[in-house]
Ligand binder design. Sequence first.
Ligand SMILES: C[S@@+](CC[C@H](N)C(=O)[O-])C[C@H]1O[C@@H](n2cnc3c(N)ncnc32)[C@H](O)[C@@H]1O
Length: 369
Amino acid sequence: MPVLIPTNRETAAEWRNESTQKPPQRAVYLHECGADAVLKQAYAHTATVWAGDFHNAKQVLAAMKKRVRKPAAKQADVQTAFHNHRMRQAQTSRVLNMLAVEIGAGFALDLPRAPDVRGALADVYGEPNNEPFLLPLNQLLGFIGAHEWHKKGVFVPELDAAVHVPFGVFSPLRGEYLGLIARAPLPEPCESAFDIGTGSGVIAALLAARGIPSITATDTNPRAAACARANIGRLGFGGRVQVEETDLFPQGRADLIVCNPPWLPAKPTSAVETALYDPGHAMLKGFLNGVRERLNPNGEAWLVMSDLAEHLHLREPDFLRQCFQAASLTVAGVLQTAPAHRKAADADDPLAFARSRETTCLYRLKAVL
Ligand SMILES: C[S@@+](CC[C@H](N)C(=O)[O-])C[C@H]1O[C@@H](n2cnc3c(N)ncnc32)[C@H](O)[C@@H]1O
């Protein structure tokens, strides 16, 4: 159901937002104004719909970002630092999203010096209809950036090819964990595999490239399932990889079952974040508790997991081992890699200390007999 909000024009307008934030109470169309005026309206739950020059709108948004981003205070403990960091991110995003633009029929953005945004919006929403809607400028800029990445693709050295990932699907940009999938010894025999939570389809593609003849990949996110199908087809693995929009496991059993679940136990604030945050470890536990009965004899389950949650004190150090034991799984081997991401060295990132210690592991799990 579209969300309609009153405006200072004759009709109400549809408000679109990819975050789970409450919509504004009203929207006011303004030709142009300064960052302070937009912020003042934002704190009164009123969105400003920019009707002037597009580049000036971007400058006002940049000025708003400077005003609302406060430096993180030193926290007594890491868990508090993490929760405060997430809360600050949510508050900042809510305020910034109060500067919006109107998208017209056919996804047209009819403002002076505006770029052509039709391709970027079609990537997110599919076919346009003729109804105009309001969209936060910050999100539109995110969609434009994601569209450029989608076209360009992310090169995966292990595939010697790129995967193309649209907005809303987990991108293997930090792809160190793919090296683990490429080099872990396959169980014998290995005629079939499942890739649970396939995202872009990159792990399923890697398994196909390693010669596994029959692979089923699943994801609950329809955008991910469509993206995985497209990548699998583009890479020429369509005959060997099936993609299903399914919660966790497909029907049947397999010799190898791989899962790279979201790594942090926290509540997502948008559909995009469901690939990063797994509230209460629901997917992790669902995978571990269900995988044993889906493995063929001598089969293996591979779990890819970073220990960032342990460094942030969101999980006890022994948590995973306890989960393996409860699911009657034993560890046959562990492969490790250290993620090389820029944020670990970013002095402004309050979580840098944890990121700099992070290790990503591939756990090879077998059923306890
Ligand atoms: C961290 S991403 C990993 C994506 C991909 N496998 C990779 O390694 O690049 C986790 C994925 O799991 C999916 N997911 C979350 N809960 C799920 C569930 N219950 N069943 C299937 N997929 C799920 C998300 O939509 C997301 O695409």
